[in-house]
Structures are given as structure tokens and as C-alpha cells.
Write a protein that binds this ligand. Sequence first.
Ligand code: SF4
Length: 470
Amino acid sequence: MDDFLKMDKLSEECGVIGIHAPGVSGISHMLCFGLIALQHRGQESAGIAVLKNDKMQYYKEMGLVQEVFDNEILDRLPADIGIGHVRYSTTGDSYVSNAQPLVVRYKGGSIALAHNGNLVNAVEIRNRLEDEGSIFQTSIDSEVIANLIAKNYSLGMKEAVIESVKEIKGSYALTIVIDHMLIGVRDPNGLRPLSLAKLPEGGYVLASESCAHDVVGAEFVRDVEPGEIVIISDEGVESIFFAEGHKKAICAFEYVYFARPDSIIDGKSVYETRVESGRILAREYPVEADMVIAVPDSGIAAAIGYAEESGIPYNTGLIKNKYMGRTFIQPDQKSRELAVRLKLNVMKRNIEGKRLILIDDSIVRGTTSKRIINMLKAAGASEVHVRVSSPPVKHPCYFGIDTPNRQQLIGAIHTIDEICEMIGADSLAFLSDAGLKKSIDFKPCGLCTACFDGDYPMEVPEEANKFMFE
Ligand code: SF4
């Protein structure tokens, strides 16, 4: 892990985009802009696959989107239809062969596929396909989906996609280019987000988050529904539901931390849900103090909500260095302290002598919280009361989020009093499970909250959530 602030967070999964706009120029550039907007969902690799005149081409590389693509590369990818992907590895190793989109050949042509999520029955399906003679090139679960589609090609490509997604279990938001169609698929629980927008010059965009639609100038049409396949072709948009009667379970962590605050997911503004979580937290766990501050950036909206509700003024207590991305720092204790100071600096004059309420969106390991509290106290804060705008993370995620093992989840192995002492806070409180659900305001059963309460929306494997074939 190279970002020490993120060590105390769950890690993002991936982001996907797709554009179907024959005759519109600059599709590859648009895909690239969309991926930059989705960069927060994965910083390990980036890729684009495009189709023009029956020719499928792709380019993918390790690194941030702007490190991977330049105008010269994008100009070499002419497109009528295309998809893109940013990846944070939750399954498989960190090699470019595991970067996406995946492009595989089948008897009738090529399939390009980008996947956000994690399959819980990938090992089972892969073993079966290998027994039947399929050959796999990567160690990622997404290749199972591409292989299933290729294997079912004789049904016709629409049917092949429908039959294939009926076999897979887990979380997935997919964008697929096949047979001159752009296809979007969202898993039956809707764990990962996917939405549809329209380009003003004609054509459609599918993306993990609405912030990617905004950046390419597309107008939001609607969310892809859980269990829905959206087929975009020259004939327009067709919708097929392949699974009904499942419990809707959008990942609550999308609202807590993963998604960008300017995104709207399933009709809910991520920013507004975070502000509301802060308001509820202030009602649940008030404390006397002089100032509310946030761990930037993801704690800011909840801190604003907490300040509004409590009447205690919000101010900036910590400044984040936005330009320190990947670091050269070694993972030893001294270097980690230095990394936190490089990444965050205290606004000494604002906080000196003050009783602070420090709002963070989540605490996973507790390591960074301790360093931040040390810095605030060293800079003269008289008290630091920590309020966390989500419940303690106690259970692993099997749906595409990189969770540390249970022994590293501070909320799973320690009481809140113990955590408070460990991180050196004057008091500590977490938003309640009910408060989290209320802040997102979903109707009953609309959210996955399994990492907080262990209530998984489907059967999950007992062992590791990694897809490994070594
Ligand atoms: S277990 Fe947690 S991180 Fe995973 S999908 Fe559910 S809410 Fe999201």
C-alpha cells in the first residue's frame, strides 16, 4: 500500500465506463476523461478497448490514467464503441495481464469486457471451464465471465450474455463491447453502481458513477437497475431483466467513502448522505467542544453536517497535500510517520488551545487515526474527540472491496473504549447501524451493510475472498 492515509480505509474496487456513439468523434478521448473522473475507484492500472469497422483494439498499462494515456495513444484508438476500466486489484495479481478491459477472441469476433466487483463462485466456474478445455490467460475472476460468454456464442450474443450472467454470483457492474453492441449489466443485488446517460451529439454512456457522465457532457438518464442488462445498439436502448426477486443491496460504503461526493447513486446524492450522516452522528453522540474539523477529504461533508446540527463551528484543522500520490516511502514506522506529515499538515493557528471534534468517515485499522491525533495534540489541541460517520468495520467484504483480515480490523477485535485508548482520543463514538441506514435513507433492505453487521446479501465463501490460481 503506497498511500498511508488510505491504510486506514477500505480500498476502492474498480471503475467502468462505456460509450456507444457511432459517428461521434473523439470517443477514446471521452473514455479517457471519464476514467480520470473515476480514478478514485482504482489507481493501479487503466485501459480502454474500442471497436471501429469490425476492428477491436485496446491499450492498457499499469499506472494512473494520465500516466497511461496521452493524445498520441488515444488518437491511435479510433472508435464507434468503446469501454474503459480503472483497477484496484482485489483479485489476481498486480500485473498488466490482469489489467482490464479484457479482450478475448471467440468464433464470431472479439469480446471486450470491463468488470467492477468480485464473483463469489468464480473458482467453481473456472475449474469447470478448465475441465471442459478452456484456457485462461489471467488470474482475475472477470475472465470467467468473458469465457462463459464466448462459450455460449452459438446462442447469439444477447442470449450468450444473458445465459452467462445467470451463472455468476457476486457483485458486478459490467460494460461489454460485443457484436457492435455496448452492453451494461448490474448484478441482481445491485451491489456495485452503474448508470446510463445520453450524449448531446447522439449516443449513450454507461459509467460507474455520474461524475464520469458529467465530465464527458452526457445527460444522466437513469441508473441501471439491479438484475438488468442494458443493450445499446444502432437501434437504441433495450432493457432485459435476467434476475428478479433478489434483495436490493447497494454497497453502503459507496456512500460512506468510495464514491465521489459529486456523484448521484441510485437517486441519492453521495454528498447529501454524508452531510446527513454527520447530522445524525451529532444527535447520537454530542460532546462539548469549540470546533468541528474533518479528516480531509472524505470526512468533510459529515463534519459540515455535525457542525450544522450541533451548532459548533466548522473550521479547517488539517490540510491535505493533494499532489502527493504514490510515494517512495518505505513501510517502516518512521517513514509512515513522515508520510502522514507529508500528506496532512495541521492548521496550528486554527486549533491551538481548542477542544476539537475530529470527524472521520471510517476507521479500519486505526493506525492513521492515532498519528493524526498525535499531530493535533502536538500542535496544541487541548482535547480531540473523534466521531466516525459510519459504524465499526467488523466483517470482511466478499464483493470487490479489499478488506484486511479480521485480526487487522480494529472494530472486530477491540471495544470502542479500547480503540479510544489505542488511538489516544479523549472520546470516541461511531455512527449507529440504524443511523447509517437512515443517513442514506434507503427503504428497508436496500443496502448492503455486511462489513458492519455481518448480514451478507448472499451466501459467501467461508475462506478467503481472493481469486487465486497459483
Ligand atoms: S460488505 Fe461492506 S464494503 Fe462490501 S459490499 Fe457490503 S457494504 Fe460494501
